[in-house]
Each structure stands twice: as C-alpha cells, then as structure tokens.
Design a protein around this ligand. Structure first.
Ligand SMILES: [Zn+2]
Ligand SMILES: [Zn+2]
Ligand SMILES: [Zn+2]
Length: 481
C-alpha cells in the first residue's frame, strides 16, 4: 500500500466517523422521523387535540436564534455589583452589538401574525404551541403568572379542608400547585403570548441551533398549534411505553406529584388506558415501538391521547428508571406494570424550581409582599432574585424579552421610560407597555403610562462591597451548619 493510499483510507475513516454523528442528528431533524407530530397526527386526529401546522422556514428559524442570543447577551451584561449608571451604560453598549437585525424582526412579526390567526381559529379555548421537535415548556417558570396560579390553587386547597393543613399536606398541595401552574401558563390566547414562550425557550433555541449545525436548509421545522383542552389536569396525565405494538408499562407523567384521588382510582385508570390504546391507537399506528402520553378527565370519563414520542431513553421514563436493568426489562418486554406515587416523594418539594419552595412556604403565613424571583432591574432592590425580590408593587415590561422588572420607587421616579433592551421592532424602545403586579399573588393589570419625573429622585443603588459579601457568606455558612 502506498503512502497516498494510506492517507486516503484515513480520510475515509474520519469521514465515516463524522458522518455517523451527523447522520444521527439529521435523522432527528429529518422530515421522515415517524415520531414527529405531523406524521402521527393525521392517523389519530379524532383521539387527540385539534392541531394547526405552520411551516417555519430556515430564515425564520435563524431569526428566532438571533433573538435568543440577543436577549442572553443583554441579560448577561447586567452585573448588580456595578453602580446604576455603569449598569445602564453597559446595557446600552450591549444593545449596540446585538446579533438580531431589522430583517429578523420582520420575519418574527410575520410568524407572530400566523400564530395569532391559528390560535384564534380555536376561539375562546386558546392553544399551546410546540415545535415539531420539542415544546417551549421550559419557559413556564419565567412566566409572570406562576405565583398567581400557585396562590390560587393553594387557596382553593385550604378552603377544601376548612383552613387547617399540616406541613406535609401543605407541601404536597404546593408541589401539585406548582406543576399545575407550569402547565397553565402555557395556554396562549394570541400570537404575542405564543412568541413570548418560543423566544424565551432554551429548548427551542438549542433545537434550532442543532438543526442549523446539521443542516440544513432541507430540514423542515413546523410549529404545531394545538387546541387547549381544559379537561386535562396534570395529576391525571400518564405516559405509556409500547413495544412491539403492546403496552408494556404506564406511569404517572409528573413524577413529583402525589395525588390521593388518582392513587385511589389507579386500577380503573390503568385498565382504561390500556383498553383505549388497544382499541383506538394501536390499530392506527404502524411503528412497533413508541412512547405515548394520555390525559384522563377529572370525572374519569374521557381519555385523550396527548402525543406520541420516541421510545426511551429519548423520552423520559418518569417513575421507571431506565438505568435500572429490571425497570428497563419491564419497559421493553413487560409484563404490564402501572406506577404511581403512594405518598409525596421526600425530595419533591425541594426539587421544584427555585424560588418556588420559598414562595410556597411564605404563602402559609398570609399574603407575602416579596416578589421572590424578581429583583429591580433599575436600583437592584431585592437582589439576588433567587432568594430575595422586589417588595410591594412590581412593574414588569410586557415588551422586553428578558423580563424587565422595576420596583415602585423606580417606576414613580420615571425609570419606566428609560430602559434599554430589544423589543420586537426597535433597539431603543419607547412606549413599552407595563404590567402592574400589586402583590406577588395579585393578577397583573395594565400599569398605564409610565410617569416621567426628575431622575434625581431615584434612590441611590446600594452596591455591595467585598467585605460585606464575604461577611454575608460567612453568616450563611454558620446558619447551615
Ligand atoms: Zn428599583
Ligand atoms: Zn421594555
Ligand atoms: Zn434587559
């Protein structure tokens, strides 16, 4: 073999290795993937949520990615150790170098209009949106209505038991309230709300980037706009695994929840799901192996197929552990097993995203006045937001992509009109609409025109100096130990 030939074979090997990785990704985004909603939807249309599909072309995907990158850049340019003037200066500088262009905004506006039409075709019901690949459900915890929905659920739970609840029950209800809220905030009524979810989603962003890398202009992205069905309650959502056309196992979908009502009826639910699958889904789906999710209505009368997915481990396995051989055998071979929690898992409460455990605990003692999770983007009040938050009234910009919040002092001082960010149409926005959230559990209302006032009224920011910080850290350590 000559030297040249050797080189040749090396190149071939490298190409092969490289190709297999790309092939794998390409398959994931290829239009032929049978697990994509556009393929299974027509087959089981009557048994799942009505869906409208929108094609998203390559340029629009790029515009979404550029927008996401821009809002990250702005978010990450903020350092609350800086003085207010420094922060605003850096923010303004960052805004000059954003990757998103005017052309990108035009494409995003077109998409928003298409989404708006699709969502409104469902009338009052509203919709939830997902890319053909994944949904933007990771945006939920950033949503301004999370606290409101959680408080509302817990208030109802308290009413049911006449106002008395022990700590365990409070945590159990708190976890359910959190999961319910995460789902509820995904209900969108217009194009603007849908775009908020899409443009804030790390999942959507990473899917688009991966698609761009593998590329290809030939791969096709669709947005599925699905009719919202208020019969669906998270505690009664289930995930089933089907191998060789046979359902081998079924688990509650949200593994953090313990729901006594569901546990009590688990036998009939389990039987009903298997029967429903065998009668309506199995005869219509030709692929032998898949994951399929179901929702059962609260009166246990209806079953709705939520969606089809790849088999595990691409799909999560909830109460089954894919890395445990015995669980894996059940999933792949049966015999059929149904799993649900029979008590609140010990770690559930603290496994829900920060700052919600703190928030839920604070609700026990009445209406909290701290907006945990939101610090003032002007004076830094309530920083860091994970453990602290704005007190009293909070004003949130509706048009800013990176959650721009200010306290009432800053609002009254006229800072509602001066904030730098990217909005849908311009880099240096004016006339942004603000929401007023009177307390962490109050529904938001239109804040009206931001007052313009002498800027000197602004309270001076309180930058922490290094001594203070290390002092605080020491305090923390003492408290923990
Ligand atoms: Zn402030
Ligand atoms: Zn704004
Ligand atoms: Zn910002």
């Amino acid at each position: 073999m000559s030297v040249e030939n050797k080189d040749q074979s090396l190149v071939e090997k490298e190409e092969k290795a490289e190709k297999s990785g790309i092939e794998e990704l390409y398959e994931h985004f290829g239009t032929e993937d049978p697990y994509r909603i556009e393929h299974w939807y027509p087959k089981i249309r009557e048994y799942t949520f009505e869906t409208v599909f929108l094609d998203v072309d390559y340029e629009t995907c790029c515009a979404i990615a550029k927008y996401c990158e821009s809002s990250r850049l702005l978010r990450q340019s903020i350092n609350f150790q800086d003085t207010l003037e420094d922060r605003l200066f850096i923010h303004e500088e960052a805004a000059k170098h954003l990757p998103v262009s005017k052309e990108n905004f035009t494409l995003l506006n077109v998409l928003e209009k298409q989404l708006d039409d699709a969502i409104k075709s469902f009338g009052e019901d509203g919709a939830f949106v997902k890319l053909s690949i994944r949904s933007p459900k990771d945006t939920a915890i950033q949503h301004h209505n999370m606290n409101v929905f959680i408080a509302e659920s817990l208030r109802k739970d308290m009413e049911c038991v006449g106002g008395k609840m022990d700590d365990n029950e409070w945590h159990r209800c708190g976890v359910s309230a959190f999961v319910d809220a995460c789902c509820k905030v995904l209900r969108v009524r217009n194009g603007t709300e849908a775009m908020f979810l899409i443009l804030h989603s790390d999942r959507v962003y990473s899917d688009i980037i991966r698609m761009e890398l593998t590329n290809a202009k030939s791969s096709k992205v669709q947005l599925a706009v699905r009719r919202w069905d208020s019969r669906v309650v998270p505690a009664l959502e289930f995930r089933s695994f089907v191998y060789n056309h046979t359902m081998t196992s079924c688990t509650q979908y949200y593994k953090l929840i313990y729901d006594p009502f569901m546990e009590e009826h688990s036998n009939e639910i389990s039987n009903a799901i298997v029967a429903f699958h065998d009668k309506y889904i199995k005869p219509r789906i030709t692929i032998p192996n898949y994951t399929v999710d179901f929702a059962v209505s609260a009166d246990l009368k209806d079953i709705i197929c939520v969606e089809l997915n790849n088999p595990p481990p691409a799909a999560g396995t909830a109460l089954f552990h894919w890395d445990k051989p015995e669980d894996r055998t059940v999933i792949e071979k049966g015999p059929y097993q149904f799993r649900c929690n029979t008590s609140l898992p010990e770690t559930s409460f603290n496994d829900i995203n920060k700052p919600f455990p703190t928030f839920i605990d604070s609700l026990r003692t009445g209406i909290p006045d701290v907006h945990v999770g939101f610090s003032c983007d002007c004076c830094g009040a309530g920083y860091p937001p994970e453990v602290s938050g704005i007190r009293g009234e909070r004003y949130q910009c509706l048009d800013c992509p990176c959650s721009f919040d200010i306290c009432s002092k800053c609002w009254n001082a006229g800072w509602g009109v001066r904030h730098v960010t990217i909005s849908k149409n311009e880099f240096y926005p004016t006339g942004h609409k603000f929401l007023l959230i009177r307390s962490p559990v109050a529904a938001s209302v239109d804040a009206g025109e931001p007052p313009t006032g002498p800027k000197s009224v602004i309270p001076p920011p309180k930058p922490k100096n290094k001594k203070e910080i290390s002092q605080n850290d020491n305090d923390k350590k003492c408290n923990i130990s």
